[in-house]
Ligand binder design. Structure first.
Ligand code: HEM
Length: 437
């Protein structure tokens, strides 16, 4: 009997077909599985079977399960290691992962977040003021803003020449697909074959600039006063003699770029897309932006949270079993991937009233909870940048809505399209922009 004989039921189609569907039609595949097999089902992907879980209680136990049994880093290594490097928090598990989280956490906690607000607001105002009137793909604009925020608030870059060079290199990296990323481990490919050769050159170019930035940051006379994420990382752990090395900082900077840039920009594009399709909520959001007060900001945050619920940017947060374990009532063997389905929980009628409707109020009235709202995953791996992205989102939404009048190009919702691990509106969240009087 195969070691996978005891897996929960699921489609019996060939693994290659399921793998393709998982990539090009993930929401439909998830709904098919949920409809035919219930809240726990198996998708047979080419590398390894993945058990999808859409039951909130089972997901809670999984997220809070022992970190030595449920590995999140191991599964990421094959694809991401050549880019983010071996010290990335995304690839680590157990004690090394905890060490990195402990050292990075202060940079993403309340007091630090408040310190980023002013610069984020300044960058956002500069960027949104320069947009053009007419028909646009909003995602291109939101990407430009979140990229600038990563470069200046996270990497701490201020030199305009270095900023210009970095912008170009970073786009070359974030636009690469998984085949290019994974293939860049091969010395042959990176030496002789396009596009791996170009990709490697781009990565080397970015590394050179990042290491220069790290060196200058360590030597900076104002290091103690600097508020950017890089400076906080350079100071972290110093008192305990457990500081991050240059290469560890480099790997975490690239990690924050890959994990934090397009996720936030796609979340914003989806939120604006949904706001344009819901005129009453859009009018409330414009009024909230104009108020510039705590209550207004709370409503804008609720819009972003609801955008992430209705159109989750990341569909699942997977864990690889390192040993046999009980999950959602099944005894599963080691080597299986278990994957809480964020998208299915967000559209579950038993969890959300009218789940297909964009209704920001549900994020204010207590009906959205830490069990049924999971855009940032959960447990010890919960997104470290969640608070950062909410802060960015409020500043960016406020600035856009204060400056621009938005009109949808079409009332129909755009299909989610996969870009790396994120889901992006297939037409880029098309809109017509007009400067407000
Ligand atoms: C809307 C925006 C974002 C979404 C939807 C998102 C979503 C996620 C999800 C689902 C995970 C995996 C959690 C798990 O496995 O349980 C994650 C991890 C992570 N995210 Fe985010 N993220 C966003 C923004 C950011 C930002 C702005 C940053 C940093 C600047 C960031 C940095 C990270 C890092 C470093 C991890 C790995 C955490 C770990 O392994 O311990 N993310 N994110």
């Amino acid at each position: 009997m195969s070691r996978y004989a005891t897996l929960p039921p699921g489609p019996a189609w060939p693994a290659v077909l399921q793998g393709m569907l998982y990539f090009v039609a993930r929401p439909e595949l998830m709904r098919y599985g949920r409809k035919h097999y219930g809240t726990v089902f198996t998708v047979r992907l080419p590398r390894r079977p993945t058990v999808m879980i859409a039951d909130v209680e089972a997901i809670r136990s999984l997220f809070n399960g022992p970190a030595n049994v449920f590995h999140a880093g191991q599964g990421n290594r094959e694809v991401l290691k050549p880019v983010v490097g071996q010290h990335s928090m995304l690839l680590l598990d157990e004690d090394p992962h905890l060490r990195h989280r402990k050292l990075l956490m202060p940079a993403f906690a309340g007091a630090s977040l408040r310190g980023y607000r002013e610069l984020i607001a300044e960058i956002t105002a500069q960027q949104t003021a320069g947009w053009a009137e007419g028909r646009v793909k909003l995602v291109k604009y939101t990407q430009a803003v979140t990229l600038e925020i990563i470069l200046r608030v996270v990497f701490g870059v201020t030199d305009p020449v270095r900023l210009a060079k970095m912008r170009k290199l970073v786009v070359g990296i974030t636009d690469a697909n998984v085949v290019v990323m994974a293939g860049s481990l091969s010395p042959f490919a990176t030496r002789y074959l396009w596009p791996w050769k170009t990709f490697k050159r781009t990565l080397d170019g970015l590394d050179e600039l990042l290491y220069a930035e790290i060196r200058e940051c360590r030597d900076a006379p104002d290091l103690a006063a600097r508020t950017d994420v890089l400076a906080r990382m350079a100071r972290a752990g110093g008192q305990d003699g457990d500081a991050l090395s240059d290469v560890e900082i480099r790997d975490e900077l690239v990690t924050l770029l890959l994990a934090g840039h397009e996720t936030t920009s796609n979340g914003l594009a989806w939120t604006l897309h949904e706001l344009m399709r819901a005129p009453v909520e859009l009018a409330r959001a414009v009024a909230a932006a104009d108020r510039r007060d705590k209550e207004g900001d709370e409503f804008l945050e609720a819009c972003f949270k609801e955008g992430l619920r209705l159109r989750p940017v990341i569909g699942s947060a997977s864990r690889l079993l390192t040993q046999p374990a009980e999950v959602a009532g099944y005894r599963l063997p080691a080597g299986v991937m278990v994957s809480p389905s964020i998208d299915l929980v967000h559209e579950d009628r038993t969890q959300h009233v009218d789940p297909g409707v964009f209704r920001p109020d549900r994020c204010l009235d207590g009906s959205v909870t830490t069990s049924n709202w999971l855009p940032f995953g959960g447990g010890v791996r919960r997104c470290i940048g969640a608070g950062f992205s909410l802060l960015e989102a409020v500043e960016i939404l406020r600035s856009i809505l204060q400056t621009w009048e938005l009109r949808a190009v079409q009332q129909r919702v755009e299909r989610p399209k996969s870009k790396h691990i994120t889901l992006v509106p297939s037409k880029g969240a098309m809109a017509v922009l007009r400067r407000r009087d």
